[in-house]
Design a protein around this ligand. Structure first.
Ligand SMILES: [Fe+2]
Length: 115
């Protein structure tokens, strides 16, 4: 069995300062604000460089993972919905959060932080 993602390559930009505008517009901006055991996790696509939000080019969904566990999916529609979402979850300190977004034209893009 292949380890390749079902929907294609997962793009992971690790050097945003050296990244192209194309890479920056697709890389999720992931942030977290802790209040005790609860953490408000926010994900935005288009934070670094604006991403189109039109019927022929938009962010279809954003998945959130805590470690290897899927914790949320946000399904998005174009034009009226900004790809800017948040959720509150209970997370242990040191948990790695990962956001994966899917652009209908340009595939899968990931960002990670530790909370
Ligand atoms: Fe795109």
């Amino acid at each position: 069995m292949s380890d390749a993602p079902i929907l294609g390559e997962l793009n992971h930009v690790t050097d945003l300062d050296g990244a192209s505008d194309f890479e920056r517009k697709h890389t999720p901006y992931l942030s977290a604000e802790r209040d005790g055991e609860k953490v408000r996790v926010s994900v935005k696509v288009g934070h670094y460089v604006s991403h189109p939000n039109q019927p022929d080019h938009f962010i279809q969904w954003i998945d959130l993972y805590a470690g290897d566990a899927a914790i949320a999916r946000f399904d998005l529609t174009p034009v009226a919905v900004d790809p800017d979402v948040s959720i509150v979850v209970a997370l242990d300190a040191g948990t790695t959060l990962r956001a994966v977004e899917h652009c209908n034209l340009h595939g899968l893009w990931v960002a990670e932080i530790e909370v």
